[in-house]
Unconditional design. Structure first.
Length: 176
């Protein structure tokens, strides 16, 4: 019985690279290498947001190969490290992306200080593995502040919501 378990285990280990290779070279997944990287051509986010609000990040991007795959977001809070999230881009937006990303900012459970600062770094990855330019958004989080209105071309209304991510605030100092 133990010998058959070992044989199955070895066969599974040998099958994993084969399955991964099949999945990454499938034309349906669109993971051809090379091509042109996406370019974030315009962006905006208010520099202030309130606890418990949705902080809106406005993005415009183009990709000559029409194969944009996901928006990658790195979130950094001083004293608490960083985390990352990603939002898949719908196939219809593979060539041109124009819309807003909603970032829900948690209400802190414990004493997160007023004017907590975060930095979000955003880039776009395409199906060929190419990465766009990066845009960086600093934001100060405090109760009751109002977000700035977006400038043109994002102030036209009716923008597509590209997706959403949650931002959890942390108290960066130990008790005492």
């Amino acid at each position: 019985m133990k010998t058959s378990v070992k044989v199955v285990f070895v066969l599974v280990l040998l099958a994993i690279p084969l399955v991964m290779n099949c999945c990454t070279t499938s034309p349906e997944r669109g993971t051809q290498s090379g091509g042109s990287p996406p370019v974030i051509t315009n962006s905006f986010a208010s520099e202030e947001a309130s606890h418990g609000d949705v902080w809106w990040i406005y993005l415009e991007a183009n990709d000559p190969d029409a194969d944009m795959l996901k928006i990658v977001v790195f979130i950094q809070q001083p004293g608490s490290g960083h985390s990352s999230r990603s939002v898949l881009i719908s196939k219809g937006d593979g060539a041109r992306l124009f819309g807003t990303l909603g970032c829900y900012i948690s209400r802190p459970r414990s004493g997160v200080s007023e004017w907590t600062e975060l930095t979000l770094t955003i880039f776009i990855r395409d199906r060929g593995g190419n990465v766009s330019n990066r845009v960086v958004f600093p934001v100060a989080i405090s109760r009751g502040v109002k977000q700035e209105s977006p400038p043109s071309p994002f102030n036209t209304g009716g923008l597509k919501i590209l997706g959403g991510i949650g931002i959890r605030l942390f108290f960066p100092f130990p008790d005492g």
